[in-house]
Design a protein. Sequence first.
Length: 197
Amino acid sequence: MAVNRVPVLKRCRSLGLDPVYLGIDKKSTRQLKRSSRKMSDYGIQLREKQKAKFIYGVLEKPFRNYYKRADRMAGQTGENLMILLEMRLDNVVFRMGMARTRKEARQIVDHKHVLVNGKCVNIPSYQVKAGDVIEIKENKKSSQRYKDIVEVTGGRLTPEWIDTDLEALKGTVKEAPTREAIDVPVDEVQIVELYSK
């Protein structure tokens, strides 16, 4: 499996991202040296794509597949792409507050701690649907790890399209999110323009 080993804060600086979007509380004090040259249209489009890939932890080939799927769906391609990324199981687990970061959410799913509608699912890219009930396995709920996670994520706001019970480590996806409900600083129109060349 391909792993991006670039330090997270360094990557956030280069993309102009706030680490909060990844669930990381640290701040980088270093300033990025910006060149005085104006960035080309292609450069801006590429940066938006890299931002989306970095935030959701998706590599190039799966990301392109998401784009193709979004293009075939009814409605605007850019919005569909963001909704598909948001409905990934690892992202939903992160949004519910059952993980501190998306990387941790991915690990929790990988380690078979998550049940979707009572069945164990260990695929981070699994597409969650409206009405799905997501919970942590009964025998894992009492572990110290989840107590620590709930302590950190307890004050975090959960999106209105998710219903969460952090005490029981359980949540329900009420509906698919709208683009307005997705608070990720990505301009999806630029991504569409990049892929439609």
